[in-house]
Design a protein around this ligand. Structure first.
Ligand code: PLP
Length: 379
C-alpha cells in the first residue's frame, strides 16, 4: 500500500510509539500528583513545551497550551479570546473548517465576521485584506499553509498589515500544515496565537497545541481541574505529549524540505508524462507552494471515483481535505475560480518524510493509469 495522504494524517514514528507505551505503562502517573513520579511527568510535559518553543524560536514562558486536537486549539484561540464588545473579526475563506465553522458559528450569533477572499494562486488576497482592516478590527485568523492547495500565505506581510491598520487586534495563525515542515520563526512574526497538530508530524492523533504570546489574553472554553494554566482543564494527555516530543526531536526541517521538494517534483513530472496527452491536468499556479501538498484537478473525471479506483490498486490519496471530503462542493477551489468540473475532478496528493522515491515512482504510475482508464471510459 502506498500512502500519499499525509496532509490528513501521518503514521507515528517508531520511537514516538515507544514513548507512548512508556508513558502509558511505567511512567503513567498523573502529572498533577504531588508525589515525585507525578511531578516528574509534569516536568517532562514542560520539556516538550520547551522543545516546541525552541522549534518556534521563542522563549518558553508558560505559553504552550496542550489541547485534545488542533481543532480544539483553534477554537480556544478564537472563542477563548472573543469578547462581546468585538466590532469586527476577519477570517480568510481558505481556512480549515476548525476555524471557518467557528467563525460561521460566531456570525450566526450576530457577530460582525468578514471573510477575505483568496487569489487565484491560493494565497489570501492581500489587497482585499488591506481594504478590510481598520481600527475596528479586533481579531484576525489566517492560516499559514492551505491544507487543500498547499499555498503559503505571507504571514509576515499579514503581521505588517495588522500593525499598520489595527495594531491592537489579536492575530491567530493556523500553522497545522506548516509547523515542522516550513521554517517558522515566531520571534520575527508578531502573532498572538499559533496552532499546531501532533498527528501531521508523525506524532499521535488527538493532540493539539496552542502557542499563546500572552496567555492572559485567553479565557478557557473548557472548565474543570485547572490544568494547562487554567486554560484547558482535563488530565494531560501525557503519553501523547511525550510521543510528540520524540517525533519532534526527529524532525530536520531543512533536510526534509529538500527531500520533499524533489519527491513532489518527480511525482508531478511522472504524472504529466504518463497521463494521456489529451488530458490537461490543472495544478495550482504559484511558485510558493508547500512541497508537502500537490493539488491536481482532472477535468471531466470525478475525484471521488479516482480516489476509490486508486485505493483498489493500492494507492491512498484524497479528494480535497479529508475533513471535508464527504461534503459536496469545495469553497476553497470555488474561491480560486475553479469551474465545476475542476472542483469535482480535484484530488490531493500529500507527502511526508516517510515517503520514499519508490512510493513516488509507483504512486504516480498508478494515478496516471487510473486517470487514463477513467478518461477512456468517459470519452
Ligand atoms: N488546521 C488545518 C490546516 C488542518 O489541516 C487540520 C487537519 O486536517 C486541522 C486544523 C485540524 O487538526 P486536528 O485533526 O488536530 O484537529
Amino acid at each position: 500500500m502506498i500512502f500519499l495522504d499525509n496532509a490528513s494524517t501521518t503514521p507515528m514514528s517508531k520511537s514516538a510509539i515507544e514513548n507512548l507505551v512508556k508513558y502509558s505503562t511505567e511512567n503513567f502517573f498523573n502529572p498533577s500528583a504531588i508525589y515525585g513520579a507525578g511531578y516528574q511527568n509534569f516536568k517532562d510535559i514542560e520539556s516538550t513545551k520547551k522543545l516546541l518553543c525552541q522549534k518556534l524560536f521563542v522563549p518558553f514562558k508558560n505559553n504552550i497550551i496542550f489541547t485534545g486536537s488542533a481543532t480544539e486549539a483553534t477554537n480556544l484561540a478564537i472563542l477563548g479570546s472573543f469578547k462581546p464588545s468585538f466590532k469586527k473579526m476577519v477570517f480568510s475563506v481558505g481556512e480549515h473548517p476548525s476555524v471557518y465553522n467557528t467563525a460561521l458559528s460566531l456570525k450566526s450569533k450576530g457577530v460582525n465576521v468578514e471573510f477575505v477572499n483568496l487569489q487565484k494562486n491560493g494565497e489570501v488576497d492581500y489587497v482585499e485584506l488591506e481594504k478590510m482592516l481598520d481600527s475596528s478590527v479586533n481579531f484576525i485568523s489566517i492560516m499559514q499553509v492551505s491544507n487543500e492547495t498547499g499555498a503559503i500565505n505571507d504571514i509576515a506581510k499579514i503581521c505588517q498589515l495588522k500593525k499598520q491598520y489595527c495594531p491592537n487586534a489579536i492575530l491567530h495563525c493556523d500553522g497545522v500544515q506548516a509547523f515542522g515542515k516550513i521554517e517558522t520563526n515566531l520571534a520575527k512574526l508578531d502573532l498572538d496565537f499559533y496552532t499546531i497538530s501532533a498527528h501531521k508530524l508523525h506524532g499521535p492523533k488527538g493532540l493539539g497545541a496552542l502557542y499563546a504570546k500572552n496567555p492572559n489574553k485567553l479565557q478557557p472554553i473548557i472548565f474543570g481541574g485547572g490544568q494547562e494554566y487554567n486554560l484547558r482543564s482535563g488530565t494531560e494527555n501525557l503519553a501523547s505529549i511525550m510521543a510528540f516530543k520524540t517525533a519532534l526531536e526527529e524532525i530536520d526541517i531543512q533536510k526534509n524540505f529538500e527531500k520533499i521538494c524533489a519527491l513532489n517534483k518527480t511525482f508531478k513530472a511522472n504524472l504529466i508524462a504518463k497521463t494521456n496527452s489529451k488530458i490537461t491536468l490543472k495544478f495550482v499556479e504559484n511558485q510558493n507552494l508547500s512541497p508537502y501538498i500537490l493539488s491536481v484537478s482532472i477535468p471531466k473525471i470525478k475525484g471521488e471515483t479516482l480516489v476509490y479506483m486508486c485505493d483498489s490498486k493500492g494507492l491512498l490519496v484524497s479528494t480535497g481535505s479529508a475533513c471535508s471530503a464527504k461534503k459536496s462542493g469545495n469553497r476553497i477551489l470555488e474561491n480560486l475560480g475553479y469551474d465545476k468540473t475542476l472542483i469535482e475532478g480535484n484530488i490531493r496528493v500529500s507527502f511526508s518524510n516517510f515517503s520514499t522515491l519508490e512510493d513516488i515512482e509507483n504512486g504516480s504510475k498508478i494515478l496516471a493509469n487510473c486517470i487514463n482508464e477513467l478518461f477512456e471510459k468517459t470519452t
